[in-house]
Design a protein around this ligand. Sequence first.
Ligand code: ZN
Ligand code: ZN
Length: 321
Amino acid sequence: MTQPVAEPHFLSRDRFCSVARTLEILSDAWIFLVLRESFFGARRFEQFQNVLQLPRNTLVIRLRKLTELGLMHKVSYSAGTTRFEYRLTDRGLDLYPTMLALMKFGDRWLSDALRPPLQLVHSKCSHACLPLVVCSSCKEIVDAHAVLYSAGPGAGSEPRAHDRKRSRRTSDPLILERVRPCSVARTLRIIGDRWSFLLIREMFFGVRRFDAFEANIGIATNILTDRLQRLAGHGIVERRAYQSRPQRFEYRFTPKGRDLYGSLIVMMHWGDQWLSGGRAPLILRHHPCQQEFFAQVVCSACRQTLEPRQTTYQLRYALAS
Ligand SMILES: [Zn+2]
Ligand SMILES: [Zn+2]
């Protein structure tokens, strides 16, 4: 087992981070739900509104935002009318592996019942399947301990002001599970909070101690205490004493916490592709195959990439009428 190389200058809060940028988009509850419904096939304003039961103006704002972000585009659906439908762009479609990775985590760890709410079926191989996060080079499942990091061409400082002036977002947990029970929504409830996410990211870089979290992400002490307690409450981290006099603690991932890694590196790849102008801030190298790689999401049955148009769902619950 090789520990990730955690060089302090990569860990600075001022560095670009593709995952944070991706999560920032997805953790707006309404944006996420509209995207999810478009992966389910919704295209028209009324379709989104009927399924999500959201106020008209809320939907107008989110569709506009999704269009501005380049995730959807408006297409007139019959000649000579002003009626539009909203279709995913390539950039939007490319979020599909992120959805799958988040869903897999939620299915494994956060489903109430034994069976997850959705069963994926890969129509290309016609098998029921699970999404797997694998190395793009050797196609083996990627474990957090087996990845080495180095600064990529897009590494560099990002103006801090960007982070401070944040628009108001909706991440109400109740909104997130509206209409469909959803493993992705459950996962976002844990990592969709900005500080919780930053803590998780730091931990994947090998940071374990309170003062190091404070120094690296510039978090206030009371917020840090609260988020570590929350993550412990969700079973993501556990506290261990590393010194007895005076008693001091460090925070480590539980197996459940470590399993978030797949989702993070899938989001990182999307952010690298679409939000960093192709200049990845961080290069990942897979220790077992010694190759640079990005995270791919493949079918557990045939190991081919899962594409939205080749994947269907069997719902294991009744749709709300
Ligand atoms: Zn590999
Ligand atoms: Zn398959």
